[in-house]
Design a binder for this molecule. Structure first.
Ligand code: CA
Length: 218
């Protein structure tokens, strides 16, 4: 999988994206950033938090936005899987800890600003890592992503299954651990579902809190 390094400045609008019921994307909380709990560090020295390893969150599952906000308040964000190495590293921990599924920061661009030509058609070219504002490879490029080849209706992901079956759109990206007997791979899932999650330290949020709180050791 080649890293898609296209930074989507225009996608910064996601920070102001409208969430249902007036919910918002939370800013970092300096005191929580200081106390953030790092379970493991990856090769790039970034810290990772696995929700099920935290005694207070064992058995707790959150919807996609709540999971993001838990991470963001701690100067992290949901995990972004820009390289196959990082993807395999995270997947190995899900398998080792016998976790059924997790949220990632992946999401479909489906709001104002997503009609930019390079994001069309959205269902192929509109997927991105919200935490880093980086595009995923087109869904049709099966060598450069990790979408499952199976799922609930036997179709390759993303399949928007829940919408097809009369439910919500599947606009958020989860890793499912052999849930459909299809290995450990990415699935598009409706964002209201609750799942354990993985946080990854976020450089932009850390920089912001360090800049605005020069006396704090973050
Ligand atoms: Ca799906």
């Amino acid at each position: 999988m080649k890293t898609s390094v296209l930074v989507l400045a225009a996608l910064a609008v996601v920070a102001q994206a409208q969430f249902p019921n007036g919910r918002i994307l939370e800013p970092p909380v300096p005191s929580l950033c200081v106390q953030r709990n790092i379970h493991e560090r990856y090769a790039d020295n970034k810290g990772y938090f696995f929700s099920w390893r935290d005694p207070a969150l064992r058995g707790v599952e959150e919807d996609w936005l709540s999971a993001r906000n838990y991470c963001r308040q701690r100067c992290m964000d949901l995990v972004s899987l820009e390289t196959s190495d990082e993807n395999e590293w995270v997947k190995a921990r899900i398998v080792q800890d016998k976790i059924k599924y997790i949220w990632t920061s992946g999401r479909l661009c489906d709001f104002k600003g997503c009609n930019r030509p390079d994001l069309l058609p959205n269902e192929i070219n509109g997927w991105f890592w919200t935490a880093e504002l980086q595009k995923l490879a087109p869904t049709t490029n099966r060598q450069q992503n990790d979408w499952s080849e199976g799922g609930g209706i036997g179709k390759p992901q993303p399949d928007n299954r829940e919408l097809i079956q009369g439910g919500a759109s599947e606009h958020c990206v989860a890793i499912l651990n052999n849930f459909y007997n299809d290995g450990v791979h990415w699935h598009d899932v409706a964002c209201h579902h609750r799942k354990p999650f993985v946080c990854e330290e976020n450089d932009a949020l850390l920089k912001y809190v360090r800049y605005t709180n020069p006396n704090l050791r973050v």
